[in-house]
Design a binder for this molecule. Structure first.
Ligand code: SF4
Ligand code: SF4
Length: 88
């Protein structure tokens, strides 16, 4: 699991997140409150997977964050990866 998570961080570029918050600024879920793509992807990914990916299962995969990210983090790809790694 740790190797898969490290791979996911690398291939989706989550490992180079600059924590600028631009993804959260355009996220429709964040606008409703209680959801931070930045926090989930870049700070709490381990907990997210341990917690069954509940936070990322809420993601609408609209792609707005991917378009805005200056670091090229592929958030939707990250979401799909976490969903695959998380127990159902
Ligand atoms: S926009 Fe990209 S670099 Fe900025 S916090 Fe979000 S994922 Fe990280
Ligand atoms: S893809 Fe998910 S995290 Fe990104 S802006 Fe859309 S709802 Fe928010």
């Amino acid at each position: 699991m740790e190797a898969a998570l490290a791979d996911l961080r690398r291939t989706t570029r989550a490992a180079v997140c600059a924590e600028c918050g631009k993804c959260t600024a355009v996220c429709p879920l964040a606008a409703c409150g209680g959801f931070s793509a930045r926090a989930i992807a870049c700070q709490h990914l381990d907990e997210e997977i341990a917690g069954n990916g509940i936070g990322l299962r809420r993601c609408l995969t609209c792609g707005s964050c991917d378009l805005r990210c200056p670091q090229g983090v592929r958030f939707m790809e990250l979401v799909r990866g976490v969903r695959e790694l998380s127990p159902r």
